[in-house]
Design a protein around this ligand. Structure first.
Ligand SMILES: *Cc1c(COP(=O)(O)O)cnc(C)c1O
Length: 389
């Protein structure tokens, strides 16, 4: 293989050259959307694509969901909406952060539907349609999360306000569940009842309440449109039950060096882990700069004192524990229990994905799969496995 370069411009790594890779299974992504659509029953099923489609890549995710049948898409910001419009010209795109003064142009230009989140935004929106002409909107009503949304009383008042201009015709009401991942939490029913009362006050209007977890709460929560995010990407929407979704993202990194350490020696910063036996260490090219968080460390960070074990990887079908502290670009795993000679520099170790559930890894770091996915960073080689025909 030739390694010389004919120009001075650096050559970017291609398949097989990089230190870490993400394999993104688009068939699983499509299957997960269909599974959510089936569970949504008579309701339409959207797809939530905020934060670069939860870190997996906006364009590939958008095309996959569209091909599977999705026609409604949610993003967080107008800039994300504009990017999505470049990929999907004919779908409805809702912007969850709504419209603020100065962002109006983007909504008209890219045909984005603002989700109005406050009385102030309502004023901005009314001025925008008085100026710029017709534009649909969605009204976000806060039913118990205290994050975004009009208060229930204000939404009710708006429903019966006959002075509002005829051009102001909200498409849909939206609310968001605070505790959907805990099906027995009483706030779920309370939010449902508050939301129903607002939906009833508006005559004949579409409504959306359920995120991924809300879909699992059952038909009462589905209304006209459901809004799954994390479940599409293979995450665990509901706590303490087996996750029925297919894993979408597999993260792997290369072993750079295999080394032997003696009992009594230590590993990584802070010398926080002291070996109680002779130990074979795989030094892996992945660290917190890749979103493999320091809190996943096997020892030496405060979380460990709460008796949360560190993360593990999977190598040649065996689970191997993380040892010592995760560093910026490098992490250590204990491979002593694998057959001698079976672990070599250049081998890939899976840190989450098909063999190591992402939610378990997130838990080991004191966080959730959403944060792990959206923190992955830019250093991975990304491989998209096409939808099987
Ligand atoms: C992120 C988000 C969703 C999707 O939530 P998941 O838990 O990922 O399914 C739905 N609705 C709103 C308002 C959101 O912010």
């Amino acid at each position: 293989m030739s390694t010389h370069h004919t120009s001075s411009r650096p050559t970017l790594p291609v398949a097989g050259e990089d230190h870490a890779r993400l394999t993104i299974d688009l068939s699983a992504l499509a299957d997960n959307w269909r599974a959510m659509a089936r569970r949504s029953g008579a309701a339409r099923t959207a797809a939530v694509l905020k934060a670069d489609a939860y870190g997996i890549g906006l364009e590939a995710a958008a095309k996959t969901f569209h091909h599977a049948g999705a026609r409604d898409f949610f993003v967080a910001t107008p800039a994300e909406g504009a990017a999505l419009r470049g990929v999907l010209p004919d779908v409805r795109i809702y912007v969850l952060s709504g419209m603020w003064a100065g962002s109006e142009r983007l909504f008209f230009e890219f045909d984005l539907v603002p989700v109005i989140v406050s009385e102030e935004q309502l004023v901005v929106f009314m001025a925008a349609i008085a100026d710029g002409g017709e534009l649909p909107c969605v009204l976000h009503v806060d039913t118990g999360m205290n994050r975004l949304g009009l208060r229930v009383e204000d939404a009710m008042a708006l429903a019966s306000d006959t002075s509002r201009p005829a051009s102001f015709a909200p498409l849909m009401l939206l609310s968001h569940l605070a505790c959907g991942d805990d099906p027995s939490h009483p706030l779920n029913r309370q939010q449902l009842q508050r939301f129903r009362s607002v939906v009833t006050a508006f005559d004949d209007i579409d409504a959306t309440l359920a995120n991924s977890a809300g879909i699992f709460l059952g038909e009462d929560y589905h209304f006209t449109l459901t809004r799954p995010g994390i479940a599409l990407y293979g995450g665990a929407a509901v706590n303490d039950v087996p996750n029925p979704m297919k894993p979408v993202v597999t993260a792997e990194a290369r072993i750079l060096q295999v080394r032997e350490a003696k009992a009594g020696e230590t590993v990584s910063y802070g010398a926080s882990q002291v070996f109680t036996r002779d130990t074979r260490i795989a030094v892996v090219a992945l660290g917190y700069a890749d979103g493999y968080m320091r809190s996943l460390s096997g020892s030496g960070v405060p979380l460990r004192k709460a008796n949360i074990p560190g993360a593990s990887g999977v190598l040649h079908g065996r689970t191997v524990p993380l040892i010592g502290r995760v560093t910026m670009d490098l992490t250590h795993f204990d491979v002593t229990d694998l057959p001698a000679g079976s672990v070599r520099a250049g081998d890939f170790i899976e840190v989450f994905g098909r063999h190591m559930p992402i939610q378990d890894v997130a838990l080991a770091g004191g966080t959730i799969d959403y944060e792990l996915l959206t923190s992955l960073g830019r250093r991975y080689e990304r491989r998209y496995e096409a939808v099987k025909k």
